[in-house]
Every structure is written in structure tokens, then in C-alpha cells.
Design a protein around this ligand. Structure first.
Ligand code: GDP
Ligand code: MG
Ligand code: K
Length: 300
């Protein structure tokens, strides 16, 4: 008998110029549109974009901001951070658009890749848009520019050759644990901290009037398009109606204060402006109802 195959897991980052199809690929692979906390130019940290779990492997796709050509001084620092990230993941996917071929932005990215020791895949996307004759010259052109581990043409939109790509990635993932539950497709590592910050403010401001039995559910975290702000919507869940009244306060004054203080902390956590929307609702005995515990994120 064969020995059972060890479970594999690891981190993959997708880099490439805007509009080459990075998000489309993510959506195709993860199987549904996921809420992505989009990378802002000045974000220095890496965001988990999506998690794909198969029976024998878990792929964790992360965002590497700052790989674009910097327009300002801070950019140099950002590029450094991005370069470090490229060396920490297991596979780098460098995606280009088959229709466009090689451009200035690609040259910049290739230069950054010079210091990367990890496997770098060249992904030629949108092959559904080009004649197959065009593909080979494109592959040859890039072959001369960098020592890619693999060069894989795909159509992220139609799914062509995506399975093969995933198989190739899997071969480069190390043995490792399943980091996320299999039904979890996206993750904001900050989510739990944000809910704790809101809960903390509610408890601090109401003192002993409100027991620790309140919960905070983060309903939504979203980067507003064309805005610097991240919208966060959350619900404070209390067990009794009287508690709800205390949390809201006179004409909403308590809730406003909780929101203001929490927002300040969340802004320094995320390094970005935040628009925080808070609601309060009563849910009797929520602690005793298992399905609601799951809903509230206490399932592990
Ligand atoms: P990103 O900026 O790299 O994340 O690119 P997007 O995923 O937002 O894609 C930009 C545009 O290219 C969208 O209109 C997509 O529908 C389109 N697109 C992405 N992948 C493909 C593909 O494989 N084939 C075709 N025909 N269009 C694609
Ligand atoms: Mg995108
Ligand atoms: K992106």
C-alpha cells in the first residue's frame, strides 16, 4: 500500500499589472465572488485574498501590494516590503495579458523578481482572446527575460488550463497543516481584533452595567471604491432589552461614543480611514445556541 499522501499547504501571491485578470482568476478559483479588502497603495501588510481547500491541499492566496512602480518616495520602502513578501511565499504567480505582451510595467516587475529565490510562474492570461499562433512567440520572449519555473497559459475567465495550473502549484507547496476550516474562503485576519476593539469600548464605557455577555458581529468589511475609507458594519448583540438601551444611550449618545473610540483604534490597526457603522440588537440566550455561536465566529 502507498503511504498516505501528506497534506500540503502554502502561500501563493499573484502579481501583475492592473487588468491582467488577477481578480478574475481569484474569483474563478475560489468559486464565487469574495469580499476582497483591496490593496491600497500604502498598505504595507499582506492581505489574505482567498483560501482554496482540496482534499489533500490548501492554497492560501495573498495580496502583495506595492509591486507597481512607485510614484513617490515612500514607494521605495513599499517595494522593499513587496520584495520581502515575494521571498516568503511558496509560489509567485506573475500574470500578464496575452493580448498586450511585454510592457514597461512588466520590466519593472521583472527587475523586482531578480532577488526572488522562490518558484516564479509566468501566467499568460486571456488566451481565449488571442490566436494560438501568438502564444509561442510570447512564451519565447519571456523565456529570455527570466528563469521562470513554469510558463502556463490560461483563461481565467473561461477556466482553460486553470486545473493544470493548480496542480503545478500544488507540487511546489510544502507539507503543512490546514490553516483554515474548509468552508472558509476568505479571511480578514483583522476581523476578530476589530470586533474585540468594539466590544472593549462598549464594556469600558458602560462599566458594570453591561456584563461580558455582549458579542460583536462584524457584518461587513469593504473598501469603498474611489474612497480612502474602509467601511465596517458591525452589530453589538445583547441578551436583554435593557442592555440594548444602555448601549444605545440617550439619543444614541453612548453608541456614538463607543463608535468614535473604536474607530480611532481600528484606524490605527488598519492604517487607513474607517467609516464605522454600528447597530445593536437583542438576542436572548445567544450564548446557549450553538448555531448562533457559529454565526458569531466562536466555532473553533
Ligand atoms: P486585475 O486588475 O488584474 O484584477 O484584473 P481583473 O480580474 O479585474 O480583469 C480585468 C478585465 O479583464 C475584466 O474585464 C475581466 O473580465 C477581463 N478578464 C480577466 N481574465 C480574462 C480572461 O481570461 N479572458 C478574457 N477574455 N477576459 C478576461
Ligand atoms: Mg483586481
Ligand atoms: K489586487
Amino acid at each position: 500500500m502507498d503511504q498516505a499522501q501528506a497534506f500540503k499547504s502554502g502561500f501563493i501571491t499573484i502579481i501583475g499589472r492592473p487588468n491582467v485578470g488577477k481578480s478574475t482568476f481569484m474569483n474563478h478559483v475560489i468559486g464565487q465572488k469574495i469580499a476582497i479588502m483591496s490593496d491600497k497603495p500604502q498598505t504595507t501588510r499582506n492581505k489574505i485574498q482567498g483560501v482554496l481547500t482540496e482534499s489533500d491541499a490548501q492554497f492560501i492566496f495573498i495580496d502583495t501590494p506595492g509591486i507597481h512602480k512607485p510614484k513617490h518616495k515612500l514607494g521605495d520602502f513599499m517595494v522593499k516590503v513587496a520584495e520581502n513578501t515575494l521571498n516568503e511565499v511558496d509560489v509567485v504567480m506573475f500574470m500578464i495579458n496575452a493580448e498586450e505582451g511585454f510592457g514597461k510595467g512588466d520590466q519593472f516587475i521583472l527587475e523586482r523578481l531578480q532577488n526572488v529565490n522562490n518558484p516564479v510562474f509566468l501566467i499568460i492570461n486571456k488566451i481565449d482572446k488571442v490566436h494560438p499562433n501568438k502564444l509561442l512567440p510570447l512564451i519565447n520572449e519571456y523565456k529570455d527575460k527570466y528563469d521562470f519555473e513554469e510558463i502556463i497559459p490560461i483563461s481565467a475567465l473561461e477556466g482553460n488550463n486553470v486545473e493544470n495550473l493548480l496542480t503545478q502549484i500544488k507540487q511546489r507547496l510544502p507539507e503543512g497543516p490546514q490553516y483554515y476550516p474548509e468552508d472558509q474562503i476568505t479571511d480578514h485576519p483583522e476581523r476578530f481584533i476589530i470586533s474585540e476593539l468594539i466590544r472593549e469600548k462598549a464594556l469600558q464605557l458602560t462599566r458594570e452595567e453591561i456584563p461580558h455577555s455582549i458579542a460583536v458581529v462584524i457584518e461587513n468589511i469593504e473598501q469603498k471604491e474611489r474612497s480612502e475609507k474602509v467601511l465596517i458594519q458591525a452589530t453589538i448583540v445583547t441578551e436583554r432589552k435593557s442592555q440594548k438601551g444602555i448601549i444605545i444611550g440617550k439619543q444614541g449618545s453612548m453608541l456614538k461614543e463607543i463608535g468614535m473610540r473604536a474607530r480611532e483604534d481600528i484606524e490605527s490597526l488598519l492604517g487607513t480611514k474607517v467609516f464605522l457603522e454600528l447597530w445593536v440588537k437583542v438576542q436572548k440566550d445567544w450564548r446557549n445556541r450553538q448555531h448562533q455561536l457559529n454565526e458569531y465566529g466562536f466555532s473553533n
